[in-house]
Ligand binder design. Structure first.
Ligand SMILES: Nc1ncnc2c1ncn2[C@@H]1O[C@H](COP(=O)(O)OP(=O)(O)OP(=O)(O)O)[C@@H](O)[C@H]1O
Length: 458
């Protein structure tokens, strides 16, 4: 087990006087890990505690496994925290996959045990072949950035550190160790979909790689560690650049300046998207892959001013001119149509209001107000949402213009167009698009009493 000692020393994984909880399934990896740590116990002044969770997936058989772990620990004089949890019930109540449910239950129990024993470390039995398989599976699936670096040697967990001391040791060495020391591990016939995929890599790809280079796992481990370092550096750089292009950042949405984003270097753009997704999703869905990230880069850099993408779990990315909005809020715009009394005030769903009054000799040049002669329009006025084919006669221009083209020319984002008010008279003439354009019905030289409308924030 030279590789084991070399690996833990190189990564300073086992510090003297530590209290370490060890996740033990009863399989060869975690059994060997517990045994190895027990061997180091006196020399390093370690306090150990084993943790076993019976997922109750296989009835009596898994209960036997739990009892086996308990008696194994007794022989080594290591306290063992063992618990049975009906993971299937937990899974069904929350609509999770069995794999995710089992993981959640296990990790919650690890936390409990760490607290009970005052442990600063949790050691798990992932090994070098797991690392090679994980990296290859993630590359094949299309993971990005840190994901392709595979399993970390250590990471913070709860109030301590999760360590994987066997990550430099290949499975064959672990099995030999078990045999040499008379450990009789249990083999769990797991059948989740990840295990099926993993088995194919294990049986087909790994033998080939090991034939090419029997120490191939060391190459993968170096690759993982270097990549992790590169990633940490690039991520810090990305955060700095991303900060400059954020226009807005809320809990459920974020808005970027697309020109600023396009000016970022491509490696930072990819990482920036990943950071935004990590931020908005509490847990990034596993179905998100590099394809989503490339599609998004294409959307933001495309010449066409607007477009959108639908991501899993209802996240929508909307590009509109200079802005790119990431939002979970589904715009549910129901068409509206309401009569406006004069005088009167109407509050609109987009946060604005229209104030109608009768005023003499009043005129404002801006598009946020309109003055109309009551004799040249038919009342009542109606405030409504836009309709397909809407046209309006513009003030000072011959012929009519499509409302859609007005929105495009004024660079109004698509998601705002549905809630934008249109003012129409009783004969169906569009007289005003508040804030944007006045029609030929607007008065430019007011005489006597006129209808005056204002468009302003509520
Ligand atoms: N039921 C469990 N209770 C406690 N810890 C567990 C349990 N199952 C797995 N672990 C921990 O998680 C690690 C990884 O588990 P996984 O099932 O992915 O690997 P494995 O190759 O089957 O490992 P092992 O040979 O130890 O079963 C294990 O080595 C062990 O440390």
């Amino acid at each position: 087990m030279d590789s084991f000692y070399e690996f833990i020393n190189r990564n300073s994984l086992i510090l003297p006087f530590s209290t370490i909880t060890v996740g033990v399934s009863g399989g060869p990896d975690s059994l060997a890990l517990l045994h190895l740590l027990a061997e180091m116990r006196t020399r390093k002044n370690l306090k150990l505690a084993a943790v076993h969770l019976d997922h109750m997936f296989r009835g009596e058989e898994s209960e036997r496994e739990m009892n086996f772990v308990i008696s194994f620990c007794k022989k080594l004089q290591i306290p063992c925290e063992a618990k049975q949890v009906d993971v299937k019930a937990y899974q069904e109540a929350r609509g999770l996959s069995s794999q995710v449910a089992a993981r959640e239950c296990r990790y919650a129990f690890y936390k409990e045990a760490m607290e009970k024993h005052g442990a600063g470390f949790l050691a798990l039995g992932h090994h070098a072949d797991d690392q090679v398989e994980t990296i290859l599976m993630r590359l094949a699936r299309g993971s990005t950035g840190e994901g392709t670096a595979g399993i970390p040697v250590s990471r913070s967990f709860h109030n301590g550190v999760l360590i994987r001391p066997l990550l430099g040791t290949p499975k064959s060495d672990i099995l030999s160790y078990c045999e040499e020391h008379g450990l009789q591990p249990r083999f769990d016939p797991s059948n989740d979909s990840d295990t099926y995929t993993r088995n194919r890599f294990r049986q087909i790809v790994l033998p080939f790689l090991k034939q090419e280079n029997p120490r191939v796992h060391e190459r993968f481990q170096h690759f993982s560690e270097n990549l992790r370092e590169d990633e940490a550096y690039l991520e810090a750089l990305t955060e700095k650049e991303l900060h400059k292009v954020f226009k807005r950042k809320g809990k459920h949405e974020a808005e970027l300046d697309s020109t600023g984003f396009n000016n970022m270097a491509s490696p930072l753009q990819r990482r920036a998207i990943q950071l935004i997704l990590n931020y908005l999703y509490k847990q990034v869905p596993p179905s998100i892959s590099s394809i989503h990230i490339e599609k998004l880069r294409a959307l933001i850099s495309q010449k066409h001013p607007s477009g959108s993408l639908d991501y899993p779990k209802g996240l929508k990315v909307i590009k509109s001119y200079q802005k790119c909005l990431f939002t979970f809020e589904q715009e549910k715009h129901t068409p509206f149509m309401k009569e406006l009394s004069v005088p009167g005030i109407m509050d609109l769903e987009n946060g604005y209001q229209i104030i109608a009054e009768l005023k003499s000799n009043y005129l404002e040049r801006s598009n946020f107000s309109i003055t109309m002669n009551p004799e040249s329009i038919s009342l009542p006025l109606v405030i409504r949402s836009r309709k397909q084919g809407d046209k309006m006669k513009l003030m000072g221009m011959n012929g009519s213009k499509k409302v859609k083209d007005i929105f495009i020319n004024e660079k109004i984002p698509i998601h705002k167009r549905e809630s934008w008010p249109i003012v129409e008279d009783a004969e169906g003439n569009i007289v005003w698009i508040p804030g944007l354009k006045k029609s030929a019905f607007a008065v430019s030289d007011p005489k006597g009493e006129n209808i005056v409308l204002h468009y302003q924030m509520q």
